[in-house]
Design a protein around this ligand. Structure first.
Ligand code: I3P
Length: 109
């Protein structure tokens, strides 16, 4: 599964609220491959290696839980991802259908 997703980091790996200045939305080209959700700056090109930044932004979805972010009302089509290491990420998909597909795919990993 691939597609554009805007990400907001809500809680860091220890579960603590992400500090001010690091809570903004940022759009990535997301690629779910195995148990890793890669968040790339640019659209995936097979001949191009992942940059250091792409690797830093990658998220393990192993033992993670995705659900609709029902408590977040500022934007539509937002899903919440709780990872095994207690971080909480919000992702805005481009449609309701896309959001549901991402939730299903992530939870099936
Ligand atoms: C954040 C940014 C986010 C906002 C967040 C701010 O500032 O403006 O868009 O979340 O509010 O802290 P910064 O880029 O300086 O981290 P929303 O879009 O959800 O309002 P928050 O701290 O209430 O989450």
């Amino acid at each position: 599964k691939t597609g554009f997703l805007a990400r907001k980091i809500h809680a860091d790996m220890d579960g603590k609220k992400t500090p001010w200045g690091k809570r903004g939305w940022k759009t990535f080209y997301a690629v779910l491959k195995g148990t890793v959700l890669y968040l790339q700056k640019d659209e995936y090109k097979p001949e191009k290696a992942l940059s250091e930044e792409d690797l830093k932004n990658a998220v393990s979805v192993h033992h993670a839980l995705a659900s609709k972010a029902t408590d977040y009302e500022k934007k539509p089509n937002v899903l919440k991802l709780k990872t095994a290491d207690w971080s909480v990420l919000l992702f805005q998909a481009q449609s309701q259908e896309e959001m549901q597909t991402w939730i299903n795919k992530i939870n099936c990993v």
